[in-house]
Design a protein around this ligand. Structure first.
Ligand code: FES
Length: 101
């Protein structure tokens, strides 16, 4: 099973393929905003996927539309609730600044 590494704490958690980054972070005990409960509507779960981007699920039009409204997005930006882990390990970064509002 793939291993998800969460920055900046460096916590790791082994998850089943198909698990979202939001679920992985919560299972690892990380504090992560998720105000719309994973519906790609709030943008509060904005993260940077640093490694393993090619093995995670692709950005959907809904996620892309929400990302476009967030200040501070970059090429590594994703919504943690919309990213499903594939077969490879993933490293992502929780963002310390508020975004998506
Ligand atoms: S929890 Fe709201 S966009 Fe991810």
């Amino acid at each position: 099973m793939p291993i998800v590494t969460i920055k900046p704490s460096g916590k790791t958690i082994e998850v089943a393929s198909g698990t979202t980054l939001l679920a992985a972070a919560m299972s690892a005990g990380e504090m992560i905003e998720h105000k719309c409960d994973g519906k790609a509507q709030c943008g509060s779960c904005h993260v940077y996927v640093l490694e393993g981007r090619k093995s995670v699920s692709r950005i959907t039009p809904t996620e892309n539309a929400k990302l476009d409204t967030i200040i501070g997005i970059g090429s590594k930006s994703r919504l943690a609730c919309q990213v499903h882990v594939g077969e490879e390990d993933v490293t992502f970064e929780l963002l310390s600044f508020a975004s998506g509002f």
